[in-house]
Design a binder for this molecule. Structure first.
Ligand code: CA
Ligand code: CA
Ligand code: CA
Length: 204
């Protein structure tokens, strides 16, 4: 085994070693970008994870539960994320894909997963994500109001006014399936190609 080949094998073993947990149990408190649960780093060719969690209701002046999850993709990625409720036929989720700054909304869905157990669960797909860090966020119906504002656990668009504004009223267990297809970015592909070329030349 020549040195370059040995190094390549070691690099591949290292990449394979960054496997993700197949099942992740949500851990509170995860109600903000800063406290998001990490669901993994996904490199070429991709992977998937199942998250088991719960959304609990708020009340007057008290925010409802919001669940933030953080992930990293090591190449240009497509992500598919779908929420299923198994215990509440009236469950009504909302789902956001948010950029690494924790505030830029890249995608939003309310009722895309019509067969998710209630007819009102969420699903989204986003292609061509650049390598980097992102957030997926789950909350209850009407968090963010008529438009897709950032989730804060309160109903409607306005900033919460204690004693006047109510947290969302959703209360359901969920299964959250997230899948990734990851391809090498053009720069990385070029480097791999150069590496292969160098190896081929050494073998001559
Ligand atoms: Ca939760
Ligand atoms: Ca939470
Ligand atoms: Ca919904």
């Amino acid at each position: 085994m020549n040195k370059i080949f040995a190094m390549s094998v070691a690099a591949m073993a290292l990449a394979a070693g960054t496997a993700n947990a197949g099942l992740i149990l949500e851990t509170e408190s995860n109600n903000s970008a800063a406290t998001a649960n990490n669901i993994g780093t996904f490199n070429v060719p991709g992977g998937s994870v199942l998250v088991d969690g719960t959304i609990t209701p708020g009340s007057i002046g008290q925010a409802g539960d919001v669940d933030w999850f953080r992930f990293t993709v090591g190449g240009t990625a497509t992500v598919v994320a779908s929420i299923f409720s198994l215990n509440n036929v009236n469950a009504d989720s909302e789902l956001w894909l948010i950029g690494s700054d924790g505030t830029t909304i890249l995608a939003y869905n309310d009722d895309g997963n019509v067969n998710g157990g209630s007819g009102n669960m969420s699903s989204l797909i986003q292609a061509n994500l650049a390598p980097g860090n992102y957030f997926l966020v789950i909350s209850g119906f009407n968090d963010g109001g008529a438009s897709n504002n950032l989730p804060d656990g309160f109903v409607g668009d306005a900033a919460p006014v204690p004693g006047q504004t109510s947290g969302h009223t959703q209360n359901f267990d969920y299964k959250f399936i997230v899948g990734f297809n990851v391809i090498p970015t053009p720069g990385a592909a070029a480097l791999l190609g150069l590496g292969g070329l160098a190896m081929a030349r050494r073998r001559r």
